[in-house]
Ligand binder design. Structure first.
Ligand code: BGC
Length: 395
């Protein structure tokens, strides 16, 4: 990951990116796609915990995509079934694409890069007209992307940017930097950092270095909190403040948990209170929460997260996690289905950011959706009233 480059790009474009939001769009011409022959279906079963009611999500996507659909197959490559969010993403994509009349080849790669490579290659040889890929590792899809380019098959990077390739046509995601700023701002407000005397102790846990999003999340949060660290109001007892030091390969709960256990036993076992553990997402927050439960008796810290996974939402309700950034997977799926339709009809494709996401080869035209803040006070409105979860799922 070219973090310096990203930071430089971000500092120039952050304000524009944050102001753009989901509502305002620019447009770029869609490459025409060849019609594809239908081939054998290998659709994955729907996720057990998938959102029960995505009907209201965005009917516009179906209307706009429908004329392009007849006889077209769309390949959807998801990284893993291990994390709840990708099950929901896959299920929502499959549902919306099917309702719009497409054939869908949905595959999960078990967080294994060679598996994802061969699944994507099969989608290409199986006649998919468009590929939608949430990469396990942004930089590891080279061969498959070359094949796609040769076959004139447009590729949409889904949620995670695909790196080091000019074969990426579009990128659809949530505003990743903003996810981090929402987390950092939450901590700043909760501790009233501008007025409180402090000092407060904080630790950081970031995401997978192979995922381009992870640096954006971390930088967004760190940029908000850095002034307070510099002035000594926030203290990082472990001294681990660099992305490389706090990253969590594979985003694994167990990986985050064992690092948290080490930090707790090295720096907080003497009764020192921990005020905040800034976690980039819910799978890592869960690891930290497990470590705290087993290794820490002090004042319970503020803990941030992202995704509003069921387990973490339950923890928010129980007071074991303070907040989670909600990225409604229905919104992203609807946007991507709309883009697929626009690509296949040769229409202009909605994008709202053409500057932020450089993949080391090209700057990929992107559509950034807005993340939303959730906590124990507003989760009913955001997660239940919107049909994302039922009340029973959170019991
Ligand atoms: C996604 C997050 C998710 C993480 C782990 C990131 O690329 O944007 O929503 O928590 O991957 O799966």
């Amino acid at each position: 990951m070219k973090k310096k480059l990203l930071s430089a790009i971000l500092s120039m474009t952050m304000v524009a990116a944050l102001l753009a939001g989901c509502g305002s769009t620019a447009e770029t011409a869609a490459p025409a796609a060849d019609a594809a022959a239908p081939a054998a279906e290998e659709a994955a079963p729907a996720a057990e915990e998938a959102a029960p009611a995505a009907e209201e999500a965005a009917p516009a996507a179906e209307e706009e995509a429908a004329p392009a659909a007849a006889g077209q197959k769309v390949g959807v490559s998801m990284p893993t079934k291990d994390l709840q969010r990708w099950n929901q993403d896959g299920a929502n994509m499959e549902k919306e694409l099917t309702e719009a009349g497409y054939e869908v080849d949905l595959q999960y790669a078990n967080n294994d890069v060679p598996t994802q490579l061969s699944q994507v290659e099969n989608m290409i040889s199986g006649g998919c007209s468009v590929l939608v890929i949430a990469a396990i590792e942004g930089s590891s899809l080279g061969e498959a992307l070359d094949m796609a380019k040769e076959a004139n098959i447009p590729v949409i990077a889904y949620d995670r940017l695909i790196m080091d390739s000019d074969a990426v046509s579009y990128y659809a995601t949530f505003d990743n930097y903003k996810v981090g700023t929402v987390q950092g701002t939450y901590v700043k407000d909760q501790l009233d950092l501008d007025n409180a005397a402090g000092p407060f102790n904080i630790e950081f846990t970031a995401g997978d270095p192979g995922d381009n999003n992870a640096g954006f999340f971390f930088n967004g949060a760190y940029d908000v909190l850095k002034p307070y660290i510099d002035e000594g109001k926030l203290v990082v007892k472990s001294g681990q403040t660099k992305f490389e030091d706090v990253a969590t390969p594979t985003w694994g709960t167990d990986v985050a948990q064992s690092r948290a256990e080490n930090i707790l036993s090295s720096y907080y076992a003497d009764g020192t209170d921990l005020d905040v553990w800034l976690c980039s997402n819910d799978s890592t927050a869960l690891g930290v929460e497990n470590a705290l439960a087993a290794n820490y008796n002090g004042k319970y810290p503020i803990i941030t997260g992202q995704d509003c996974d069921i387990e973490n939402t339950k923890n928010m309700i129980a007071g074991k996690q303070s907040m989670s950034v909600f990225k409604d997977t229905r919104t992203l799926a609807s946007q991507v289905v709309k883009m697929v339709g626009q690509i296949l009809t040769g229409a202009t494709v909605d994008v709202n950011d053409t500057e932020t996401y450089n993949n080391n080869v090209i700057t990929v035209p992107s559509f950034l959706c807005e993340p939303v803040f959730a906590d124990a006070n507003n989760y009913k409105e955001i997660l239940i009233d919107s049909g994302y979860y039922t009340e029973d799922q959170l019991k």
